[in-house]
Design a protein around this ligand. Structure first.
Ligand code: ASP
Ligand code: MG
Length: 470
């Protein structure tokens, strides 16, 4: 059967939650799904703000925000649940979580220190709350379903804020706890993103971690599909806000999807892909507002891919804004070894991840997140050579498995971009993407030019679908 994961916007309001419940109910006609939810949209951010306010001694602000979290969920219940008795029961459950939040905030304020460990306790409340409301509403509507605290199953290491599961334990727990419920016909509703270490302390898998939870649980259950329900029409040829002709892509390979995710497409977290790839489980990216649209299927399974072949070159164009180019120029590089390792050592020391890189004998250009281009980092780099920073740039990448085989792609890319000032160019070793850097204000022009170069004439292809409602 399937794991169905709903993201924050797909459970953020009563209307969205009701829509998600209807989608699960429809699926139930052909099997018993495991439902994995994110927190309601905006709630995880608010929980972080609460934690930070408490850590900075602003208890009043923390408590005010905690009250907003309570109100959001009480309002959801008021709209979704009709029985007075059930409403009261849920108000009680919501209160337990929010009281826990308030106590945490008070404790942090007294201690004056916010650790990763306590941050995870704050953050876990979002998913615990959304699933509590969802499961109760689903049950009230006559569906056999059960809420499950995923911390009984998802046992992780101690890396608070970025925990990873201890797979053997989790797999056994999934078989022992979730499987029997599903087999007895009960829909299981549980949390993405959170887990527990072996000592029972709450952990999280990192922001956006619910997709990973869903993929892991699907792999442990040996499910036949993983459905990621969001508020966009699957993976698209490019951001439809930039190019109205953007299409949803019906199928992609895992390598294309992973590449896109790394390159800035917001749909899937790259780590999500790994557990599914390993087990060859197809992942569907679907829009809960257009449940009948086909969405995007991500798979390497030749059978599923058959009839979906694509002879175009580019599958999708990804953009990452908020980047900076760092140029380091030094004559010391010339004919000398060890320079790169010294250079990367600096980034390592500052925990800054380098995205794109291109080098010549005497200079290196690379991109990093603009926000991490700090003064101390630049100073440390200056010890190696002359440093120059360009802020407010974006990386634009074209991705497609067919790029590997074709000649002349770079030529087409760069001639279509004759009006755009290219700041840097790089071709990934994976050979399925070509990327370059432009100033942020040139992004839309660059993406439109590429889209018309590579996609016009392809609109009729079986692998593209016009997004519903456009
Ligand atoms: N609620 C968490 C977050 O906002 C996890 C997720 O939505 O995937 O990061
Ligand atoms: Mg999310």
């Amino acid at each position: 059967m399937a794991v169905m994961k709903f993201g924050g916007t797909s459970v953020g309001t009563a209307r969205a939650m009701q829509q998600a419940i209807a989608i699960v109910a429809e699926k139930r006609k052909s099997g018993v799904p495991l439902v994995v939810l994110s927190a309601c949209s905006g709630i995880t951010n608010k929980l972080i703000q609460i934690a930070e306010a408490a850590g900075a001694g602003r208890l009043e602000e923390a408590l005010l925000k905690a009250a907003e979290v309570r109100k959001h969920h009480i309002d959801l219940v008021a709209e979704l649940v009709s029985s007075q008795e059930l409403r009261q029961e849920l108000a009680g459950k919501i209160d337990v979580y929010v009281t826990h939040l308030e106590m945490l905030a008070k404790g942090i304020e007294i201690v004056g220190e916010l650790t990763e460990r306590s941050m995870d306790s704050f953050c876990s409340c979002g998913e615990l709350l959304s699933t509590t409301v969802f499961a109760a509403a689903m049950k009230e509507q006559g569906h056999q379903c059960q809420w499950l605290d995923v911390r009984q199953v998802m046992i992780t290491d101690d890396r608070f804020g970025f925990a990873r599961p201890i797979e053997e334990i989790c797999e056994a727990n999934t078989a022992g706890i979730i499987r029997p419920l599903l087999d007895s016909g009960v829909i299981v509703v549980t949390q993405g993103y959170i887990g527990s270490n072996t000592a029972g302390k709450t952990t999280t898998l990192g922001r956006g971690g619910s997709d990973l939870s869903a993929a892991l649980l699907g792999a442990w259950l040996h499910d036949d599909s993983i459905e990621i329900w969001t508020d966009v029409d699957g993976v698209m040829t490019c951001d439809p806000r930039m190019v109205p002709e953007a299409r949803s892509i019906r199928v992609m390979t895992f390598s294309e999807a992973a590449e896109l995710a790394y390159l800035g497409a917001k749909v899937l977290h790259p780590d999500t892909i790994a557990p599914a790839v390993k087990k060859n489980i197809p992942v569907y990216v679907l829009n809960s507002w257009h449940p009948d649209a086909k969405g995007t299927l991500i798979t390497d399974d030749p059978e599923l891919l058959s009839g979906m072949s694509y002879d175009g070159l580019v599958k999708s164009i990804a953009v990452k804004k908020g980047q900076a180019i760092v140029n380091v120029r030094s004559n010391r590089m010339f004919g000398r070894h060890g320079f790169m390792s010294e250079l990367f050592d600096v980034f390592e020391r500052f925990s800054v991840s380098v995205e794109m890189i291109s080098t010549s004998e005497v200079s290196v250009s690379l991109t990093i997140e603009d926000s991490s281009a700090s003064e101390p980092l630049i100073q440390a780099l200056s010890a190696l050579g002359e440093v120059e920073i360009e802020h407010n740039v974006a990386t634009v990448s074209v991705v497609g498995d067919n790029l590997r085989l074709s000649k002349g792609v770079a030529g087409r890319i760069f001639s279509s971009l004759h009006n755009v000032n290219l700041r840097m160019i790089s071709q990934g070793a994976s050979e399925i993407n070509v990327g370059f850097v432009v100033e942020e204000h040139d992004v839309t022009a660059a993406v439109s030019a590429l889209h018309s170069e590579f996609f016009s004439g392809q609109e009729g292809s079986a692998i593209f679908e016009k997004p519903a409602g456009r």
